[in-house]
Design a protein around this ligand. Structure first.
Ligand SMILES: NC(=O)c1ccc[n+]([C@@H]2O[C@H](COP(=O)([O-])OP(=O)(O)OC[C@H]3O[C@@H](n4cnc5c(N)ncnc54)[C@H](O)[C@@H]3O)[C@@H](O)[C@H]2O)c1
Length: 351
């Protein structure tokens, strides 16, 4: 009755063809903490590291087989072995770099969010299309085994028709650059969950209603707590609720949960960034709950799986999942949520 979920079913399939050379532009936090260790373990070929601060580029390069170290993007782009630029700068810094990288004929693997506004994101997609280079956005959460396992339940029809997707997240990021970026909680961090709501529901909404508030004494320039409601075509018979309180100063009560409810059963995924548990309850077995411990994390399998998809797409000559074009839908949803929270009105997601 309950599915036999095995790690091989939900762990990302890494490519065996590792010939593509990767160059990092930006060697800050996300590269040092997550991408560098994941790429090293996966055996990806990092051939150049560039950062405005040479020391950062050097410390990332020390983990690979003697890559070029530079503070000049032009030098990295002139390196013949760089085929993919892993663009790990901030969203507001991306557009001029994309112009330069695409003009050099290099493929781009961009950190999320692709851009701070929909207009800029569309421009980036257009530049890459015109230059004939592949653009993928790193939504590694889609390759994190806990999220893949949950999605598998949907694909296999275990839950029946999924009519409710609910995300509930409590954390604290009221410091550092997170606090300094406008609308960080929705457009930068929260875009992971907006994108995952598309991944789990298989639908893109028609309308969004969002609410936020500032909190006494907060450092962040924008609200760090939101509730977002997505509405779909009536025939889809589904609704999505995303709640993210990212200013919970009492860490013992931090949490991270996804509930999916369907006509045949419900699933609860807890702690998908760490040692995750996935619990399933079915209408036909109301007394039982089956709980799976999910092997693998957002940290390694997520980041390796996402770049692995980029490598496979290039090898197979196809558009990657989370291509720039696809990602415009997630950006459209996130910026519309900000607009709704500012105006107090529902916002139509016109296309
Ligand atoms: N995928 C995820 O889960 C995840 C997690 C955290 C951050 N991020 C994203 O990664 C991006 C970077 O975040 P971070 O925390 O690493 O920031 P950071 O400030 O630590 O690093 C950014 C780096 O880019 C460098 N840089 C800027 N302009 C440059 C240029 N022209 N040439 C070379 N280097 C340049 C800076 O010197 C800095 O070291 C952001 O878009 C953020 O949203 C993604």
């Amino acid at each position: 009755m309950f599915p036999d979920l095995q790690p091989g079913d939900y762990q990302p399939d890494l490519p065996s063809d590792l010939r593509f050379g990767i160059g990092f532009v930006g060697c800050g936090n996300i590269v040092q903490r997550s991408q560098m260790p994941a790429y090293k373990r996966a055996g990806f070929r990092v051939v150049a590291c560039c950062d405005l601060t040479e020391e950062k580029a050097r410390s990332v390069a020390a983990n690979f087989d003697n890559p070029l170290v530079t503070t000049e993007v032009e030098e990295l782009l002139a390196h013949p072995d760089v085929q993919i630029v892993d663009l790990a700068v901030h969203a507001y810094q991306r557009l001029p770099l994309v112009e330069q990288i695409a003009a050099a004929g290099k493929h781009i693997f961009s950190q999320k969010p692709l851009a701070p506004s929909l207009g800029e994101a569309e421009r980036i997609v257009e530049i890459c299309r015109d230059a004939g280079v592949t653009l993928m956005v790193n939504h590694q959460a889609r390759w994190a085994p806990p999220h893949r396992a949950l999605r598998l339940l949907v694909e296999q029809g275990v839950l029946g028709h999924v009519y409710s997707v609910t995300h509930f997240h409590r954390a604290y990021q009221d410091y550092g650059w997170y606090a300094e970026h406008e609308d960080f909680n929705i457009v930068d961090h929260g875009i992971h969950y907006v994108d995952l709501s598309r991944y789990f529901s298989g639908h893109t909404p028609l309308r969004v209603k969002a609410t936020t508030t500032m909190v006494p004494g907060q450092n962040a320039i924008s609200p760090m707590i939101y509730t977002i409601l997505f509405e779909y075509e009536a025939s889809s018979q589904i609704m999505t609720t995303l709640h993210f309180n990212n200013i919970v100063s009492a860490p013992a009560l931090h949490d991270h949960l996804w509930f999916l409810d369907g006509t045949r059963g419900s699933a609860l995924l807890s702690n998908p960034m760490g040692t995750a548990k996935l619990s399933v309850s079915l209408k036909d077995a109301p007394e039982q709950v089956q709980t799976y411990e999910i092997a693998g994390t957002w940290g390694y399998e997520g980041f390796a799986g996402s770049m692995g998809e980029m490598l496979r797409a290039l090898e197979e000559g196809r558009e990657p999942e989370c291509s720039g074009r696809d990602n415009l839908e997630s950006i459209r949803m996130a910026v519309a949520a900000v607009e709704s929270s500012n105006s107090g009105e529902s916002v139509e997601l016109s296309r």
